[in-house]
Ligand binder design. Sequence first.
Ligand code: GDD
Ligand code: GTP
Length: 422
Amino acid sequence: KLKAVILIGGPHVGTRFRPLSLELPQPLFPIAGSPWLQHHIEAIVKHPDVREILLIGFYNQSQQMSRFVDDMQRKYGIPIRYLQEYAPLGTAGGIYHFRDQILRGNPRAFFVFNSDVCCDFPVWEMAQFHSNVTGGNGYVILGTEANEQQALSYGCIVEEPSTHKVLHYVEKPETFVSNIINAGGYIFSPDIFQHLTRAFTANYENELIHDAARDSIDLHSSVLTPLAGNGDGGKLYVYKMNSGFWTQVKNAGHAIYANRLYLSLFKERHPEYLATNTPGGHEIYGAVRIHPSAQIDSSAVLGPNVYVGAGVVIGAGARVREAIVLDRAVIQEHSCVLHSIVGWDCVLGAWSRIEGYPSDLNPNDPVAKITSESLFNLDGRLNPSITILGQGVSVHSELIVLNTVVLPHKELTSSYKNQIIL
Ligand code: GDD
Ligand code: GTP
């Protein structure tokens, strides 16, 4: 038996996801038309040994969360529960705190995934590696490759190539350590809890740590770094993803990129989700997913990499490309939406143009990652970003909104460029 934990963080981690996280916890935001975490869950349930999925975070129990959990249980027929930390417990504190729940039923191992990564999770391969390479009692980090400079923003792993053992683990090093980075996925034998207990006890014995922080445990510095090399007899391994995409999703600007990656996965896995050209219908390029309740004029042109949500109305001659259009938005005739997220219930007037800066990777670097720079650059100007319209924004006809983030419920009566509209 196996189990899986997804670390979903909480509202204060999600501030970079504003303005969209104002309406919805970030892990529920639709990417390629499915709630973000559904992509994780769908990959996890493909392994028939997985008997339960635990979502651990510090979001308040909300209707949105319980509805999501119910929907997923019904759809995938597996117990899924949300376990709420009473305070942010870090990347390992929640796992330690809920150890009884994780160990109930005696799983032989459990997966841990970060919610904020987007990839074709190699669940089978990790379980296989755990049994065959570690002898079923090791700890495995999912690794992927990055370039020298970008590797510094991630956990870096030095591997012993013949055994795949981890010799060194350094979280976000200042100088180059390795091209292999922690991809935010693990499979642990239950023995890992002895190391969590050690980290927990050390916190309590350390007088410098104040009360509130004592239950928080950082997986990287307290568990992975000490386990590398010969810790616990050398039981820490790295399984490198051999193919496929991988990205972190840290801010709303990354959502369009993640949308593109998951839509491309649907070409193989769920071609039925993708729209096709029909005689006399609207024109489709590349991967486009359209909710069946959306109404799209036959002269509109969509794609590539577009998701159109429930109840959306798209008028004559409109053009939508590299975009997420959330439920009930109205895009009037001849408007153009490029590299943007159009929030729930937005209304874009006729001949308006909503355009963001494409988040593309260096085409000459096969292992390039999207960077998660902050919204503003050093002179206080907005960094090039996709355009995001929060919920219920209305844009009058014939206006241009370029590289701009608009908070919910604003009415734009003039054009904007490189701004945040509060
Ligand atoms: N439940 C819970 N409680 N989850 C948390 C908490 C917490 O207090 N803090 C963070 N998380 C979750 C986040 O939601 C995310 O899914 C994951 O834990 C890791 O988040 P961070 O602590 O922000 O780390 P990071 O994303 O900067 O780096 C991690 O991921 C990289 C890959 O994306 C590290 O594991 C790196 O080594 C790794 O390269
Ligand atoms: P590439 O990015 O290299 O493909 O060049 P491009 O000029 O096709 O890209 P761009 O992102 O500028 O435009 C994407 C699509 O939107 C193209 O098919 C354009 O024809 C269409 N487009 C651009 N501006 C408008 C507009 O104002 N109105 C409408 N209806 N379509 C537009």
